[in-house]
Design a binder for this molecule. Structure first.
Ligand SMILES: [Zn+2]
Length: 96
């Protein structure tokens, strides 16, 4: 879940539901407001978007966010983790 870099949702993630897929979102991430604005369409701005849906939207929008996420948080029901990025790279598909 992310609504821009200024809002870390670490404490807000529990019980949040992605506004795109309507699934519970246990992962929290933050990207810059400029990346968020390029990726997330108007109906979902200011709402919860899970990382899986954010990735789908980024692919559809043609936005490379492979260097935009430094820390990924998991807020589980039993344990919580913060993951630090070791690397990120752009995925390209050959549709030919
Ligand atoms: Zn989702």
């Amino acid at each position: 879940m992310s609504v821009g870099a200024s809002r870390s949702a670490w404490g807000e993630v529990r019980g949040q539901t992605c506004s795109v897929c309507n699934r519970r979102d246990k992962f929290d991430f933050a990207v810059s407001d400029s990346i968020w604005a390029l990726v997330v369409p108007a109906p979902h701005v200011g709402r919860v978007v899970c990382l899986g849906c954010f990735d789908d939207l980024a692919r559809e929008a043609g936005v490379d966010y492979s260097d935009a996420i430094e820390t990924l948080y998991f807020a589980g029901d039993k344990a919580c983790f913060a993951f630090q990025r070791r690397w990120g790279r752009l995925v390209t598909f050959d549709n030919s």
